[in-house]
Design a protein around this ligand. Structure first.
Ligand code: PLP
Length: 364
């Protein structure tokens, strides 16, 4: 089979080495004679796996001791409601910063659960010279005004990334679903980080939550036990049966990241991949990207063809060349190349070569 490069925004491609190992181990994990999916989550072998997963993640992200690492159900959206239920109690308030589709969805979910009065929101993106540009607000005020401020450092749909650090008198809750482990961050700046797994971690359905222990003293709303951070922390993320196969694959991805040189090395590679692709878009009048230079996502590169009537042909020819899932999100249209950690440089080079040849062929 010729090489396929999968640019899907999520579930996204996983590292080939991880998939090959998982395939070899599928029917007989560690000599147990059964798959990791068929083994008790209470068995010592599985508990050892979870401990290895956590310690690999802690060392990759340099997670301080005063943070819990939780492996939870319900993906990214599950956390939209979990943060509200866990931290807002009867009368807590929160501020939501909106920079695109996903942060707006998080606000909507928070309002549904806590009511409009308790959730303030602020748009932080605007069009400047026709390009989407984020300006982080100067957040000031009484430290008790909000329990947290929520934002999304990488907007998967819009291709907008926020590299600047948010300063806040309130704990920062960040939806890092599509940027986690793509570049170095200082975890100690955050009250809570969450990420749906299906981009840089593993299979969908799993969510990783990294939460400062003292945040768990905040009063919660009545809520489902399986989404309760306190119960998850007390039970080593095993209050109920966890998504064991997803956890296993996440552990393998973390090990692969270590072998690749960790997040520092990954960040360099991600920067090089993104620069190559944006350079191609900028050099040819045939393509355009609508995001200000400082907010161009390194994970989700959105672009439009100047002649949108060629969209269908572009996707068809790309697929024939082994470059799949380039269609933009239905809300924004155009194209989107998601180039997460597992996408090799060769995949981006192949895409750029294709885009250049397509433009040459279809330019009149
Ligand atoms: N947040 C971001 C930034 C996302 O990209 C996504 C999904 O793509 C989600 C949240 C929702 O994740 P899930 O589909 O796992 O609920």
């Amino acid at each position: 089979m010729s090489t396929i490069y999968n640019f899907c925004a999520g579930p996204a491609m996983l590292p080939a080495a991880v998939m090959q190992k998982a395939q070899q181990e599928l029917l007989d994990w560690q000599g147990h004679g059964v798959s990791v999916m068929e083994i008790s989550h209470r068995s010592q072998a599985f508990i050892d796996l979870t401990k290895a997963a956590e310690s690999r993640l802690r060392s990759l992200m340099n997670i301080p001791e005063d943070y819990h690492v939780l492996f939870m159900h319900g993906g990214g959206r599950g956390q939209f409601s979990a943060v509200v239920n866990n931290f807002l109690g009867n009368n807590g308030r929160a501020l939501y910063l909106e920079s695109g589709q996903w942060s707006r969805s998080a606000t909507a979910e928070a309002r549904k659960l806590a009511g409009d009065d308790r959730i303030d929101s602020q748009s932080i993106v605007e069009k400047v010279n026709g390009l989407n540009k984020v300006t982080l607000p100067k957040l000031e005020g009484d430290s008790g005004k909000y329990r947290y401020v929520h934002y999304c450092p990488n907007e998967t749909v819009d291709g907008i990334e926020i590299f600047e650090e948010l300063e806040s008198p309130w704990p920062i809750v960040a939806d890092m679903s599509s940027t986690i482990m793509s570049r170095e961050i200082d975890v100690s700046r955050y009250g809570l980080i969450y990420a749906g797994a299906q981009k840089n971690i593993g299979p969908s359905g799993l969510a990783i939550v990294i939460v400062r222990k003292e945040m768990l003293a905040l009063p919660a709303m009545p809520q489902s036990s399986i989404m309760d951070y306190r119960l998850a922390a007390e039970n080593d993320s095993m209050f109920n049966t966890p998504p064991t196969f997803a956890w296993y694959l996440a552990a393998e991805v973390f090990e692969w990241l270590h072998r690749m040189g960790g997040i520092e090395a990954m960040a360099e590679l991600n920067k090089a991949k993104a620069e190559l692709l944006y350079a191609c878009i900028d050099e040819l009048d045939f393509y355009r990207n609508g995001v200000a230079a400082q907010n161009r996502s390194r994970m989700n590169v959105t672009f439009q063809l100047a002649d949108e009537s060629l969209n269908g042909e572009f996707l068809k020819e790309a697929e024939a060349a082994g470059l799949v899932a380039l269609k933009g999100h239905r809300i924004v249209g155009g194209m989107r190349a998601s180039i997460y950690n597992a996408m090799p440089l060769a995949g981006v080079e192949a895409l750029v070569a294709f885009m250049q040849a397509f433009a040459a062929k279809h330019s009149s």
